[in-house]
Write a new protein. Sequence first.
Length: 127
Amino acid sequence: MRIQALLLTAALGLSGCFGASEPVNQGVVDLQRTMKAMGKEWKAINGSDDPAVIATHLANLHQLSSDASRAMVRKGAQPDYEAAMWEFLVMVEGIQATIAAGDADNLPAQIKALDDLRKTHHNAFKP
Ligand code: HEM
């Protein structure tokens, strides 16, 4: 009985070590759901002028856009879509660098540029 309890504890411990480390981003991406979540982050970014708050939501937006970049879009549009998402991610990273450098003066212009890019790509890819 004691041995069984020990084995069970060991098994649970091991499953905790290995089972929990499965990447959360694997599998099929639901683009509509991911975009909806991006919309929430985008709202939070535009509703704040605190660089620390913006940085938090930019990090979430970056993760979600990275997930979205693996989603399937219209037949034939996938390479252009992935390139567009890549361009978007690079611009997000540029804004993150601006915040890290403490250069808040540039933030509004950069966020506006990101919004323009969002609109451009929505025009190109949204059904
Ligand atoms: C700040 C950035 C972005 C935000 C906040 C955003 C937000 C959204 C929202 C709210 C939707 C509608 C989801 C629904 O049907 O309820 C949507 C759809 C979509 N967006 Fe974005 N988006 C962003 C960037 C992008 C970029 C960069 C691309 C492409 C490179 C893109 C491609 C699409 C596509 C293809 C759809 C249609 C998804 C579907 O209905 O299956 N989005 N987006």
